[in-house]
Design a protein around this ligand. Structure first.
Ligand SMILES: [Zn+2]
Ligand SMILES: [Zn+2]
Ligand SMILES: [Zn+2]
Ligand SMILES: [Zn+2]
Length: 346
């Protein structure tokens, strides 16, 4: 599927009934219909429709590029466009006007980058509006509603709650008065976590000593089956690495948590080898954020032996921080990340 086909089919499907299934946020649907009615929409909404990426229709979070006719693209879509064209051995073109694009002819647009960073966006804890460029600081350090833990969590206090209740809780917290024996259990759990972490780092450092290491910046696009039964799935374009062709698939899974009656949402992904091989290919791989990505991940190493008959890894968990991070990713159209692959040489 070419770039332009992919975008049009997305735009068309917004009108279909099944779209509601796919959790398109309110703001996104408005954006795709390009708000122009000055009375009905606020200035920031109208600007959002103008400054968004022409491919994914999201407001760019990092660098913004433009073709020589001025069509805007976010860094993720731009990188993907170049990578996809080079895989097909074609010259890359602007998805809007078809003019040729390459790294040297495309230019950054700092005015748009700065304008976007001034547009308001909502704090996920208190729902108030803040300029994009100050939201991270607000959510991490200033918001009174942000989730925080008790200062005695190291000795086993499980309390988590809004920041403004933290002081009250800590004054009443029973954990400081617990006996050494009670505290030991919590400390042992901490030790266990440390051991696991050290194992992970050791594994990563070992992988870095491999002879064949490659990394690719991948863009996952929503991929809709004709039957709306299937929930939202994602697929990357094919890419060529280690002498073979690959792609990545991802899907959203909802786990009903019986205890809390809440829905735990998660994204899982699989790596697919599209080339035919005759000898076993032992591969380790890790997902990272990457330079144009916007995902918060805990690195996790997966390993798989590709053979003549086994060309798809199982669906593994995208190592996201939590369910909220997952929902944030789903609200954006594309998912950008870096895939690092390590080949065991034999
Ligand atoms: Zn984009
Ligand atoms: Zn253009
Ligand atoms: Zn807030
Ligand atoms: Zn406590």
């Amino acid at each position: 599927m070419s770039e332009i086909e992919a975008t049009t089919s997305n735009a068309e499907s917004t009108s279909q009934d099944c779209e509601k299934e796919f959790l398109e946020p309110e703001a996104k649907r408005r954006k795709t219909t390009a708000p122009t009615d000055a009375k009905k929409y606020k200035l920031e909404e109208r600007l959002g429709g103008i400054l968004c990426c022409t491919v994914c229709l999201d407001l760019p979070k990092a660098a913004v590029y433009q073709c020589s006719n001025g069509h805007l693209m976010c860094a993720g879509c731009f990188t993907h466009l170049l990578a996809d064209a080079s895989f097909r051995d074609e010259t890359s073109t602007c998805p809007t006007c078809r003019i040729e694009i390459c790294k040297s002819t495309a230019i950054r647009n700092l005015a748009v980058e700065n304008a976007v960073s001034e547009l308001p966006t909502e704090c996920q804890f208190c729902n108030e509006q803040f300029p994009r460029n100050s939201l991270d600081r607000h959510e991490e350090e200033e918001c009174e509603e942000r989730v925080s833990g008790c200062k005695f969590h190291r000795i086993g206090c499980p309390w988590r709650g809004p920041f403004h209740e933290k002081t009250n809780h800590e004054q009443e917290c029973g954990h400081p008065n617990k006996s050494g024996t009670d505290v030991m259990k919590a400390l042992q759990e901490l030790d266990q976590k440390m051991v696991e972490e050290r194992k992970l780092y050791k594994a990563i450092f070992e992988l870095l000593g491999y002879a064949k290491i490659t990394f690719n910046d991948i863009q996952l696009k929503p991929y809709r089956n004709d039957d709306c039964v299937n929930r939202l799935t994602y697929e990357s374009s094919r890419f060529s690495v280690l002498g073979h062709q690959w792609l990545v698939r991802a899907k959203v899974t909802d786990n009903q948590n019986e205890a809390t009656k809440t829905v735990e949402r998660n994204i899982t992904y699989q790596l697919v080898l599209k080339s035919i091989i005759s000898t076993t290919l032992s591969l380790s791989y890790i997902v990272l954020c990457g330079p144009v990505g916007d995902i918060k991940v805990h690195p996790r190493v997966y390993r798989f032996d590709f053979t003549e008959h086994e060309n798809e890894t199982p669906y593994e968990s995208f190592p996201l921080l939590d369910s909220a991070e997952c929902n944030r990713l789903l609200a954006a159209k594309m998912i950008n990340f870096r895939l690092v692959m390590f080949l065991t040489s034999k």
